[in-house]
Design a binder for this molecule. Sequence first.
Ligand SMILES: Cc1cc2nc3c(=O)[nH]c(=O)nc-3n(C[C@H](O)[C@H](O)[C@H](O)COP(=O)(O)O)c2cc1C
Length: 213
Amino acid sequence: MKIVGILGSPSATSRSAALLQHATASLRHVASSLHTISVRELPAEALLHAQFDHPLIRQALNEVNEAQVVLVSTPIYKAAYSGLLKSFLDLLPQDGLREKTVVPLATGGSIAHLLALDYALKPVLSALGARDILDPVFATDPQIPKHETEGYRLLPEVQERVARSLQTVIDRNDEFQRLEDAAREREALLSRLQAPQAGESTRWAPRDVRWST
Ligand SMILES: Cc1cc2nc3c(=O)[nH]c(=O)nc-3n(C[C@H](O)[C@H](O)[C@H](O)COP(=O)(O)O)c2cc1C
């Protein structure tokens, strides 16, 4: 399955990055492609001026478009998701998350803003068409302590919650694989129809098309 992670922290060393990194690492064995978009690394001017034709913005949007599973990780800022994350989500098309499985992840200074995921992040994901939103994982700063050599490390209780939320994705691997095969088959057929080989007829019969899902 094609997986993309979107990281909304402006910090170079970041807890929400550690959370996302742990989550994507635990999906590596089922991923046919795995990309992380760190919004802070995108060109700031292109992002703020909504330059859709900037190559790096186009590439990031394309990665989201192709993905079947999208993990969205953000620090809680002022009782909501980060503005940096929103600046990227605003570039997605109106239905940019439709038919994707979305996993919300967040870190916050205290448990007091746990509900920010429900009242702030989930509505915006849903406005982008996401209907399959898995259980969010929220971790407080003390649950992702500093590590001597590895930046930050998730406490086992957070690792367990991530594993529980992602189990649904892992269980659906066969289904995702079938959808990917069907999409590949469709693309191959369409390109054959658009550019027929020498001696090949441009006409096609219904039996050529198998819309397996
Ligand atoms: C500007 C700013 C605003 C914050 N606002 C909140 C908040 O409203 N609620 C909260 O629980 N934590 C808040 N925090 C704490 C961060 O959410 C928390 O430290 C988070 O783990 C940072 O994630 P990061 O390391 O990935 O950037 C805030 C931090 C900053 C810098």
